[in-house]
Design a protein around this ligand. Structure first.
Ligand code: ATP
Length: 331
């Protein structure tokens, strides 16, 4: 199977209608559906791949809206359950003028945190070629146990496990708890992707040198990736390592770029799992993922920015041709 099953939270971000304001200053907000694992599932589906999402939503207008977004984008929502008593999670998010992101979460508790292991769609999870997850679902019970159980089911059924911790410090009781719990499932994953910020958070060292990244390497891993924004990413596999620069684009909003990158990479890996052992194939897959992340960074929001395969291939072709130009304006 080429199915990517993504597990975790789906929620609504409320983002200010104007850029560069604090949450308090924002005059109004618009709904922006998101949640990293849901974004990854939609990224895979948008690229033409099989994708499913497993998680819990509130049995409310917002929860039903989110499930419809999954279906409309071709994501199998057979793993979605609804909680009658809790609301769909909300997050107010702004990019302030000083470049810092400010978050305010409404999770007290939200439906996603209440998923139980008994509610898991075991048959769906067993069909996964890749089972992908983050760390937000590890924060609170009963979702934490459901998450651990789902990983076990997927692994036993032969899926590759893919982990993007997607650190949201504000959701954890403490930095130490976040670090410990994020690392508690580190050894199970076949594929791990971290950002520069997460690398520093987890190692305590502000550097992307190989010896620092290797602190996060485990012999059980098949691939470790560090994404570097417009610089592309570094990759570490058992027998080789390297870096792949991204494509030069006009950056508008990077929200979802990391999820687009992960979705695209997983899509390529399920299409040809030997990419994990073949450096040339892996670099091709990463180039494709970089292009997918780059396109997502040129548009506002996460889900509306996720490209189709044709769009990604077009960008790659166009920018390969313009390689020797310093700045390329998109569109
Ligand atoms: P997020 O910002 O979604 O939480 P992240 O920090 O993991 O995720 P980034 O490193 O910002 O993600 O981006 C992921 C990938 O997308 C990068 O490795 C790169 O390939 C591509 N990308 C992101 N921003 C740009 C950009 N401005 N120009 C070109 N490529 C980009």
């Amino acid at each position: 199977s080429e199915l990517v099953v993504s597990f975790g939270e789906m929620l609504i971000d409320f983002v200010p209608t104007v850029a560069g304001v604090s949450l308090a200053e924002a005059p109004a907000f618009v709904k922006a559906p998101g949640g990293a694992p849901a974004n990854v599932a939609i990224a895979v589906a948008r690229l033409g791949g099989g994708a499913a999402f497993v998680g819990k939503l509130g049995d409310d207008e917002f929860g039903r809206m989110l499930a419809a977004i999954l279906r409309d984008n071709g994501v199998d929502d057979g793993g979605v359950v609804f909680d009658a008593g809790a609301r769909t999670a909300l997050a107010f998010v702004t990019l302030r003028a000083d470049g810092e992101r400010e978050f305010m979460f409404y999770r007290n508790p939200s439906a996603d945190m209440l998923l139980t292991h008994a509610e898991l769609n075991v048959e769906l999870i067993k069909r996964a070629a890749v089972f992908h997850y983050g760390s937000i679902s590890l924060i609170a019970e009963p979702c934490r146990s459901a998450h651990l159980r789902a990983m076990e089911i997927a692994k036993e059924a032969g899926a590759l496990l893919s982990y993007d911790p997607n650190l949201r410090e504000a959701l954890w009781p403490s930095r130490e708890e976040a670090r410990t719990k994020i690392l508690s499932i580190w050894d199970q994953a076949d594929i791990v992707k971290v950002s520069e910020v997460e690398l520093e958070f987890l190692t305590g060292i502000d550097s992307v040198e190989d010896d620092v990244v290797m602190k996060l390497w485990r012999p059980t891993m098949k691939l470790l990736l560090v994404t570097l924004g417009d610089q592309g990413c570094k990759y570490y596999a058992r027998d080789f390592r390297g870096a792949v620069p991204s494509y030069k684009v006009q950056q508008v909003d990077t929200t979802g770029a990391g999820d687009a990158f992960v979705g695209a990479l997983l899509r390529r890996i399920v299409q040809d799992p030997s990419s994990l052992q073949d450096q040339k194939k892996l670099e091709e897959a990463i180039k494709f993922a970089n292009a997918c992340g780059a396109i997502t960074a040129t548009k506002k929001g996460a889900i509306p920015s996720l490209p189709t395969e044709v769009e990604v291939l077009k960008l790659m072709e166009m920018l390969e041709a313009w390689k020797y130009c310093d700045a390329v304006m998109l569109l």
